[in-house]
Design a protein around this ligand. Structure first.
Ligand SMILES: Cc1cc2nc3c(=O)[nH]c(=O)nc-3n(C[C@H](O)[C@H](O)[C@H](O)COP(=O)(O)O)c2cc1C
Length: 265
């Protein structure tokens, strides 16, 4: 996979590469799947890759729930903004920011774990879940599978927790639809910002970085037009972050986390 495709810029070439980097450069979200099962053997390998990610202080504050049951997947798809690909995927992996294991340890040992009450611990759990899940994505793609994240699983965290039987102090961070990609899907490698927009040497230079945005808007605008979508990047960022209207209920997440046993103070 040439890096030029990742950036939609024919002038980009990497001087260093590897099979893993080629796989990563070829990533695209997959939302259309063939009617082919993902086996438990494949999931076991994917979870092993996920568990191989670094984890803060080796706390391993995450869990994953695999969902195959069509009725449960349909209910979760409904809770996640009625996104039909969630239901159509053979497996939905729900990645859980999970401080409950530490809480159970504390209860059994009859000790307090006050630090678990703080925002820092909640962040640790979300970061751990994200690192694990992205390792899982790379592993799944290396097996010829395709994935799409489902952040909308946070639209209704308490209902999702009830659906999955999550204990207190555990919350679904995001879902991941997994299956064999349907080659007929109209999707491609989505160009990313030029490296200069994200990579600062020694110190952050906002002007130099932002000078790369207009050309990216052109490139993503072209990509979108080719795939029947409108608009470019800047406009979409501003719309997505315009206000609570674009948050699908997630603006109340802090209060929800408190109710779910993640005080995050
Ligand atoms: C945490 C997270 C949550 C996401 N949630 C959704 C989602 O709910 N629905 C969806 O269709 N795509 C979702 N995505 C996929 C992104 O839209 C996608 O990764 C991005 O547009 C870049 O496209 P690419 O993955 O094909 O390169 C999510 C991605 C991440 C990392």
């Amino acid at each position: 996979m040439p890096a030029s495709r990742r950036y939609a810029d024919p002038s980009v070439e990497l001087e260093v590469g590897s099979a893993v980097i080629d796989l990563q450069l070829a990533h695209r979200s997959v939302r259309q799947f063939l009617d082919v099962e993902v086996s438990d053997a494949q999931l076991a390998a994917i979870v092993a890759a996920a568990q191989s990610a670094s984890t803060s202080s080796n706390l391993q504050t995450w869990s994953v729930v695999s969902v195959r049951d069509p009725a449960r997947k349909a209910r979760l798809a409904h809770l996640a903004g009625d996104q039909s690909f969630v239901e159509r995927a053979p497996v939905l992996l729900v990645w859980v920011a999970d401080l409950s294991r530490a809480r159970r340890l504390a209860a059994r040992a009859d000790v307090v774990v006050d630090a678990a009450d703080y925002l820092e611990s909640t962040l640790i759990a979300f970061v751990d879940a994200a690192l694990a899940s992205q390792n899982a994505v790379v592993a799944a793609e290396s097996l010829g599978l395709g994935c799409a994240y489902v952040g909308a699983i946070r639209n209704h965290p308490e209902q999702v927790a009830a659906e999955l039987g999550l204990p207190p102090s555990a919350v679904a961070a995001f879902g991941l639809a997994v299956g064999v990609p349907d080659p007929a899907e109209d999707a491609d490698v989505k160009p990313r910002l030029p490296q200069g927009a994200v990579w600062h040497r020694e110190a952050y230079d906002a002007d130099a970085a932002d000078a790369h945005l207009p050309v990216y808007d052109e490139r993503l605008g072209d990509y979108n037009r080719r795939h029947g979508l409108s608009g470019a990047w800047s406009g979409r960022v501003l719309t997505r972050l315009a206000g609570i209207g674009s948050m699908a209920g997630r603006h109340t997440l802090r209060e929800t986390l408190v109710r779910m046993g993640l005080p995050s103070r």
